[in-house]
Design a protein around this ligand. Structure first.
Ligand code: PRP
Ligand code: URA
Length: 209
């Protein structure tokens, strides 16, 4: 699929396996999520635009590349997407951070919006949307819809685990965005949880439930 990137780096795969383990506690889960987001960010940001700027080394002046344009925007889908922000900020500390609050109705599995705030001007930035789990794809599609309605153009979506159903839905709704996936899982169960997955990512990051 064009614009879909499955990141099969061994370090990412190893850390995802540790995340899945039900005996991995909150502290370690947070640290692993952070590290995976950083490793995925390194891959996902390899096409950031550069421009040559003049720098004076101890030897001489030279033209040398630096990141160009407006600062990157990282936009986590609340809550679980928050767990991936600091990993990306460790790569790009000057990035702006927006927030999109969505929760899935437990019965219909439809996303409901409760908070949105994006950095301005959003249309000039590369935008990285983060959410560890792409399950039915409802939350991701709603988040990207919202960002596009507000003028966002250059959008990347980054998730740690995806179900085939969610990936297909997001790619069909938004074929123009780049989707980065840490691991493709088998399917969804009747409660729309990813199998084998890792359970409820928000609860595991924040220690709720
Ligand atoms: C989880 C997850 C995604 C969403 C994925 O959030 O973090 O946002 O479900 O499911 P979908 O692809 O079927 O929409 P949840 O609604 O549990 O909220 P939380 O992050 O606050 O726990
Ligand atoms: N949200 C989660 O946190 N986990 C799943 O498996 C599906 C949706």
């Amino acid at each position: 699929m064009e614009n879909v990137f499955i990141l099969d780096h061994p370090l990412i795969q190893h850390k995802i396996s540790m995340l899945r383990d039900k005996n991995t506690g909150t502290n370690e889960f947070r640290a692993l999520t952070d590290e995976i987001a950083m490793l995925m960010g390194y891959e996902a940001l390899r096409d950031l635009p550069l421009e040559d700027v003049e720098v004076e080394t101890p030897i001489e002046k030279c033209m040398t590349p630096m990141l160009a344009g407006k600062k990157l925007a990282v936009v986590p889908i609340l809550r679980a997407g928050l767990g991936m922000v600091s990993g990306i900020l460790s790569l790009v500390p000057s990035a702006k951070v927006g927030h999109i609050g969505l929760y899935r109705d437990e019965v219909t599995h439809e996303p409901h919006e409760y908070f949105c705030k994006l950095p301005s001007p959003i249309e000039l930035r590369t935008i990285v949307v983060t959410d560890p789990m792409l399950a039915t794809g409802g939350s991701a599609v709603a988040a990207v819809d919202f960002i596009k309605q507000h003028g966002g153009k250059n959008i990347k979506f980054m998730c740690i685990i995806a179900a085939p159903e969610g990936l297909e839905k997001l790619h069909a709704a938004h074929p123009d965005i780049q989707i980065y996936v840490g691991h493709m899982d088998r399917c969804l169960n009747s409660a729309a949880y990813i199998c084998p997955g890792l359970g409820d990512a928000g609860d595991r990051i924040f220690g709720t439930k």
